[in-house]
Design a protein around this ligand. Structure first.
Ligand code: C2E
Ligand code: CA
Ligand code: CA
Length: 597
């Protein structure tokens, strides 16, 4: 016995006006495992197929009424039987009828006298081939779907958005109509994902996509002249993890955009409720308008993106319209980002070190490593300019790793020189925490340099703590166990509350220089905020470093308030190693003299 049919439920329709032939072929097919339906003429074949769409049709050519060729053609017209194999049975084995069979859409033919068991084998082969093809078609459709749609929300992805916009530009141009593209970035989405888990994140994205769709206009009405052209409708697309886009054909003014943007913001502000928790959301929105801001789909997306990022930097939940200066800045950023990638290989980075002095005896206790980038064309670029870029692009992970290894190696050199046992403080960005590799990288850098973990202090900002709290608090604990010291940088500029800080094992608060600057300008009447910060740090058992000390008055005040350390231009700017060592020699010299005096 031959192998079983390709699919247990596969069925065959046998169409023949000869009852004997129907019986013979039908039984052979049943023995082979097929379900069999029969029809005695073309018309009943069509209704039989409509009632039980078969996986294969065995079709006699010569029949009264509709002949086999007609039936074959009629079946091929139906969408559901377009791909069904049709085996034509002909007693006329001349070339002409074979040609006619193929022209009518037949898959295969055999001559009428053929052994029914052999015929059944042939059918099996055809059905199996069809099933393979069906699977192929299905996976092709799936691949096509994934290439153009986001499986989570079912929305068009960036690629599909591009096609839609191309259609819309084509539609708008001859009609002298406008077109607005809104790019939308959900604020703090990664934090929600980290703290609430990915399942909540996914539901949130689906709900956002749903709400955004409700914000669209009923375009069939507004654009009734081409209502049938699907791509000319309003569209929502998901263009990235927490990024969405709205394509609004027919909108040409900022007022028109504002109406929709406001609707979007109201829709997002309504709290999302998951597991009895309310999650309020906001989003930064960037807008570009056709044809004023850009004339191609690609450029519209790019400019709306640039406007969105620009707005994001300026503050949350804003609507930012594209303008030329944004594009110039964005272009500069792009080229800087490309240069940043090369900078590591080319060795364009160096570290400067700025001393931190104990306020009591003015001994140098630590130095802060500060990254410097010497750009081959632009010269020195300020870290305030390139660090945010490195963070946005994720490059900070590699760059930060270089800083760590370099700082550890330098700590070792100073220890070996026998003169200075300085602790080296390294700045760490929130993105490095989020990456998840930080603890391992720190530990490897320390091992490679062969130093005590305590010789390294990591400085991170309140922003890093708050934005990625779950990941960060785990990492900070792990770092603590490793034995490195930890400091909270720029303290006072973020939002940490006292109780919040208790969750993190931190050794030191670095008081931001805005509070230090305040000390003297407040002309001594109001108690400077720095007092409160120092008192609070003491109550938590933390030491304090006052940053940005520039005047003697600030220094003396801080001394009177018993800050632990001071750092600032008054004592020393951040310097390359050689210059720092020269400064230190001078410092020691004058300091010893002054303490003698
Ligand atoms: P920061 O961590 O707050 O570093 C202190 C900044 O204050 C340094 O700026 C330093 O030069 C400056 N400064 C020190 N004393 C004074 C003073 O008396 N007056 C004034 N006005 N400024 C003073 P710098 O080197 O330009 O660094 C800026 C920021 O870039 C740093 O702020 C830090 O957030 C970031 N950064 C620098 N290096 C790195 C790094 O390796 N990794 C990361 N993630 N960030 C870094
Ligand atoms: Ca710092
Ligand atoms: Ca700082």
């Amino acid at each position: 016995m031959s192998e079983s049919p390709p699919n247990a439920s596969a069925s065959v329709l046998v169409v023949d006006d000869d009852p004997g032939a129907r019986l013979l072929i039908g039984s052979a097919l049943e023995i082979a495992g097929f379900r069999v339906y029969t029809a005695a003429d073309g018309t009943s074949a069509m209704s039989e197929f409509a009632a039980h769409p078969a996986d294969c049709v065995v079709l006699d050519v010569v029949m009264p009424g509709m002949n086999g060729f007609d039936v074959c053609r009629a079946l091929r017209e139906l969408p559901c039987s377009r791909h069904v194999p049709i085996l034509m049975q002909t007693s006329l084995d001349d070339m002409e009828s074979v040609q006619r069979a193929y022209n009518a859409g037949a898959t295969d033919f055999s001559s009428k006298g053929i052994n029914p068991m052999l015929l059944a084998e042939r059918v099996k082969f055809l059905v199996r081939a069809k099933q393979t093809q069906d699977q192929l078609r299905e996976s092709e459709a799936r691949v096509r779907y994934l290439a153009y749609y986001d499986p989570l929300t079912g929305l068009p992805n960036r690629q599909r958005l591009l096609q839609i916009l191309e259609q819309q530009v084509e539609w708008a141009t001859p009609r002298k109509r406008g077109l607005a593209v809104l790019m939308l970035d959900v604020d703090n989405f990664s934090r929600i994902n980290d703290t609430q888990g990915q399942a909540v994140g996914d539901s949130l994205l689906k709900e956002i996509s749903h709400r955004l769709q409700l914000c669209l206009r009923d375009t069939q009405r507004t654009l009734s002249d081409d209502g049938a052209l699907n791509d000319i409708n309003d569209w929502v697309a998901r263009t990235g993890g927490d990024e969405f886009a709205l394509a609004l054909p027919g909108i040409s003014t900022t007022e028109g955009v504002q109406v929709v943007a406001q609707r979007v913001q109201v829709a997002l502000a309504r709290p999302f409720v998951f597991a009895e928790q309310e999650i309020p959301l906001s989003a930064a929105i960037g807008v570009s308008l056709f044809p004023g801001d850009a004339s191609t789909a690609q450029a519209l997306i790019k400019n709306a993106d640039a406007a969105m990022h620009h707005g994001k930097k300026a503050g949350h939940s804003r609507v930012e319209f594209f303008n030329k200066s944004i594009s110039t800045r964005a272009a500069k950023h792009l080229s800087m980002e490309a240069d940043l990638r090369k900078a590591l290989e080319r060795g364009d980075f160096t570290l400067n070190y700025q001393p931190r002095l104990a306020i009591n005896d003015m001994r140098v206790e630590a130095v802060e490593a500060l990254l410097r980038w010497h750009h081959p064309q632009r010269g020195f670029v300020s870290p305030d300019e390139f660090i945010p870029l490195a963070e946005q692009s994720g490059l900070i992970v590699e760059v930060g790793d270089w800083v760590l290894r370099e700082a550890c190696a330098q700590a070792r050199r100073w220890r070996d020189s026998g003169v200075h046992g300085w602790q080296v403080a390294v700045n760490v960005s929130g993105v490095q925490f989020r990456d998840g590799s930080l603890v391992g990288r720190v530990s490897r850098a320390i091992d490679a340099a062969g130093i005590e973990p305590r010789m390294i202090e990591l400085e991170f900002t309140e922003g890093a703590l708050i934005e990625y709290s779950a990941v960060v608090s785990k990492a900070v604990k792990a770092l603590k166990e490793l034995g490195v010291a930890t400091a909270l940088d720029d303290f006072g500029t973020g939002y940490s509350s006292l109780s919040y800080l208790r969750h993190f094992p931190i050794d030191t608060l670095k008081i931001d220089r805005v509070f230090v600057r305040d000390i003297v300008s407040k002309s001594g009447i109001n108690t400077p905020l720095v007092d409160a910060i120092i008192a609070m740090a003491k109550s938590l058992g933390l030491s304090t470093v006052a940053e940005g000390v520039e005047t003697e008055a600030q220094w003396h005040y801080l001394k009177s308030r018993q800050a632990t350390q001071v750092q600032g231009f008054l004592f020393c700017r951040p310097l390359p190693i050689v210059e720092l060592e020269r400064w230190y020699a001078d410092w020691l010299h004058s300091h010893q003299q002054s303490s003698v005096a």
